[in-house]
Ligand binder design. Structure first.
Ligand code: GDD
Ligand code: MG
Length: 353
């Protein structure tokens, strides 16, 4: 069985004000009734999978436990990282935990902030990756790009056809010119941020490409203690770790990557523009208007009006290219083109204290 590893430690500031420091986007019902975290956990449940390991931090541990319980999923472990050191050390912890029982055991690492509506197609893609992963390859999942996005990793294909194929190169978060060039070249896919591999293959990749992580992470796991059913890693060895994502620490350097194409809908809900795009795919509208039960648009074009508070009605009149997102205690009003700048709202509010 494959051990799913859910990464649920990020903070998602670009989805303020719905995403908050104490309650980030993956735990909010952004689209539909389930939260993104719950949808991710359910996607990785079923006969092919063991109970999931969730990598998170002390602030989110009870939200994780409660949200898994709500969808009837029993966690294999909920691991508390003493501080945010990005995805590299978290993934190494999960690999070491699985390797302790079975060095050849397979792990499927997945973010918890994605929308993948077709669970069956996703399961098929995972099954395609099992062969190469069982031979010691690190399997990535590739999405057909449709814009020169700079927030993603790019996978350069080594061959033709639809089956799994070796990767020539992994380029994490290119600058705008490089992204545009890779898009026009046509032999690049986006990295979905989902990885399938044997526990020992990942540990070996760290040994070769990011050896500094090994002994502190081993120590943090060795000295970990049970805390009300959560596994709390030891703070001393952990806090000195470099803060790096798996993409920079391992994927850009590894030479044993394989890519499986995933051709169905996939989205990283990185900002309100992405939430907006997904909502329009769910319920197409000629005017590009998206509203919810607490909002009304009159003579508007290309607007997103959303209120997560039943006590706050939002009405837009004669607006174009505007997004409004309201909660009980904050309202965001922004030009459509500025979705990525919403993180500045959070810094500005922090600076005001
Ligand atoms: N446990 C834990 N600890 N989880 C974390 C941490 C951490 O310190 N930091 C981030 N995460 C979680 C986030 O919550 C998210 O689910 C996932 O790890 C990925 O982190 P992001 O910060 O969202 O990464 P990204 O979107 O910039 O880039 C990654 O995903 C893209 C696709 O969505 C990369 O893998 C890119 O190459 C990829 O294209
Ligand atoms: Mg992301």
């Amino acid at each position: 069985k494959i051990t799913p590893v859910l990464m649920a430690g990020g903070s998602g500031t670009r989805l303020w004000p719905v995403s908050r420091k104490s309650f980030p986007k993956q735990f909010a019902p952004l689209i539909g009734d389930q939260t993104l975290f719950q949808a991710s956990a359910r996607r990785l449940a079923g006969p092919d999978f063991a109970d999931p390991v969730v990598m998170t931090n002390a602030d989110f541990r009870f939200i994780v436990a409660e949200q898994l319980d709500q969808v009837g999923i029993k966690p294999g472990a909920i691991v508390i990282e003493p501080s945010g050191r990005n995805t590299a050390p978290a993934i190494l912890v999960a690999a070491l935990m699985v390797a302790a029982k079975d060095p050849d055991g397979l792990l499927l690492v997945a973010p918890s902030d994605h929308v993948i509506p077709d669970d069956a197609a996703f399961a098929r893609a995972v099954r395609q990756g099992v062969g190469p992963a069982s031979e010691g390859r690190i399997v990535t999942f590739g999405i057909t790009p449709d814009r020169p996005e700079t927030g993603y990793g790019y996978l350069e294909l080594g061959g033709q056809g639809d089956g799994p194929q070796p990767l020539t190169r992994f380029v994490e978060k290119p600058d705008a010119a490089t992204a545009a060039r890779m898009l026009s070249q046509g032999n690049f896919l986006w990295n979905a941020g989902i990885f399938l591999f044997q526990a020992d293959a990942m540990i070996e990749a760290f040994r070769v490409h990011a050896p500094d992580y090994l002994s502190p992470v081993l120590a943090a796991l060795d000295q970990a203690r049970d805390d009300l059913g959560f596994l709390r890693l030891a703070k001393g060895p952990w806090d000195g770790l470099p803060d790096q994502s798996i993409d920079y620490a391992v994927m850009e350097k590894a030479d044993n990557l394989t890519v499986v194409r995933f051709s169905e809908r996939w989205s990283d809900l990185g900002g309100w523009d992405a939430v907006w795009r997904e909502a329009l795919l769910e319920a197409p509208s000629d005017t590009g208007v998206v509203t919810d039960r607490n909002s009304t648009a009159i003579d508007c074009h290309d607007v997103l009006l959303r209120s997560d508070s039943d006590d706050l009605q939002v009405v837009g009149i004669g607006l174009t290219d505007v997004m409004v997102v309201a909660t009980a205690d904050a309202v965001l009003v922004a030009d459509k083109s500025r979705a990525q700048d919403v993180r500045h709202a959070v810094s500005a509010l922090k600076a005001r204290g």
